[in-house]
Design a protein around this ligand. Structure first.
Ligand code: C5P
Length: 408
């Protein structure tokens, strides 16, 4: 468990009966060599006293935005920012329905929510509450929005609850929490610090008339997972996004575009300062040659509507013409001769790496949270990955980019 040595773990405790278990968590983290600070909501202090956590962590506990006494540097104005950046990871356990809702909506009315909103580092939430509160649609929707924004959520185990009810909502065992913290820290080294990464995601919409367009089924999830992963690893991320339903990952600069042409313009604008460009977007290959000014009326048509489509600019090819140092990663989705076509694409578009989505019944790709890919680099090295959650695939791609940067 060496990953925890000297790591800064900021533990946030909210008001729930499971708060007492966090004393064991803090003790275990310290035993494993971590430096721990604790912040608590007012409600949490009704369950466990700050003194307990102060004694265990050997540091003052943060309970109040305004209390100068507990401020080590006596500077309350920037204390929350310092704490937010001090952390290698923020762990909110137990995470109450109330705090989950506040984080979802950006409400920052206590030290815990302020710091959590301000941190650029990974945040792990361990929801623990009564089963009815947990399965409530409001809580579930909030959790899925936070997940999309890159929060790590520990799915609560089912079992006997303090209320006497049975169901989901227990705080995980301390060992399981420590293991998860360990995994997240191992996954998110700050190895992209000061690197600018431009990532494209989602589909493009090519307009036919003011209300209709040609689009595709891309959900944007792979590109958004890449943005989340890169941001957790310290990169400055610009996410050039086609239309999606997804939440913007924390700390990411998102620029919305609609058409392939707009995506090209935006990518070129950010290319000069970019160290890495990852084109995860499913850019349309064709666009209507003209866009009707008014909505095309059914009555104006006799029997069928003819659309003339022209090719869109190929963004990667345009980038290849201008590229100096930027590392470029493309994606490929093929249905036949997958490897051969992916290799051809890598060469044709002068890419450093290509990620081949395997498209078959067991790998739906679009809209799914998992993906099966093969990564090929310009030296011909191939790595076939097993089916993994998209966030894991994203980290693997970044691992490859990192080693490519070091070895080229
Ligand atoms: O040639 P194909 O469209 O299959 O290549 C896919 C890769 O090229 C993806 O990385 C995609 O984002 C990128 N692309 C592009 N410009 C286009 C179409 C695709 O850069 N017009």
């Amino acid at each position: 468990m060496s990953t925890l040595r000297e790591k800064h773990v900021l533990v946030g405790v909210t008001g729930g009966i499971a708060a007492y278990k966090i004393a064991y968590l803090v003790r275990q983290l310290i035993k494993e060599g971590a430096q721990v600070r604790v912040m608590m909501t007012e409600a949490a202090t009704h369950f466990v006293t700050p003194l307990t956590f102060a004694a265990l962590s050997k540091h003052p506990v943060y309970t109040d935005l305004w209390n100068i006494e507990t401020s080590e540097e006596r500077d309350i104005t920037i204390r929350h920012v310092k704490l937010a950046h001090w952390a290698d990871i923020v762990v909110i356990a137990p995470a109450s329905a109330n705090t989950i809702a506040k984080l979802t909506h950006g409400i920052a009315d206590n030290i815990l929510t302020v710091v959590t909103l301000a941190t650029p580092r990974p945040v792990l939430l361990a929801p623990a509450m009564d089963v009815d509160m947990y399965i409530n649609e409001a809580t579930q929707q909030n959790l899925s929005r936070l997940k999309e924004r890159g929060f790590y959520i520990f799915d609560p185990p089912a079992g006997e609850l303090a209320s006497g009810l049975h169901g989901k909502g227990r705080l995980p065992e301390v060992e399981a929490l420590v293991e998860k913290i360990h995994d997240i820290l191992e996954r998110t080294p700050l190895d992209f610090i000061k690197k600018n990464i431009v990532i494209t995601a989602g589909p493009t919409y090519e307009p036919i008339d003011p209300v209709r367009f040609i689009g595709n089924r891309s959900s944007g999830k792979m590109g958004y997972a890449l943005a989340t992963a890169a941001s957790h690893r310290g990169a400055r991320v610009t996410l050039v996004s086609g239309p999606t339903q997804l939440q913007t990952p924390r700390g990411v600069n998102r620029i919305n575009v609609e058409t392939a042409q707009e995506m090209l313009n935006t990518v070129l604008k950010h290319l000069r300062t970019a160290n890495v460009l990852i084109m995860a977007a499913a850019v349309a290959d064709f666009t209507p040659s003209t866009v009707a000014k008014e909505k095309i009326k059914k009555t104006a048509l006799t029997q069928s509507l003819q659309l003339t489509l022209v090719p869109t600019p190929d963004i990667l090819t345009e980038v290849a013409k201008k590229k100096k140092k930027v590392i470029t990663v493309g994606f490929a989705l093929e249905t036949t001769n997958e490897l051969t076509h992916a290799r051809e694409k890598l060469q044709k578009k002068n890419l450093d790496m290509i990620v081949l989505n395997s498209y078959n019944d067991s790998n739906p790709v679009f809209g799914s949270d998992i993906n099966t890919v093969t990564i090929i680099n310009r030296w011909g090295e191939i790595e076939e990955l097993p089916t993994l959650p998209k966030i894991e695939v994203a980290h693997k791609i970044l691992d490859k980019v990192k080693s490519f940067m070091e070895n080229r």
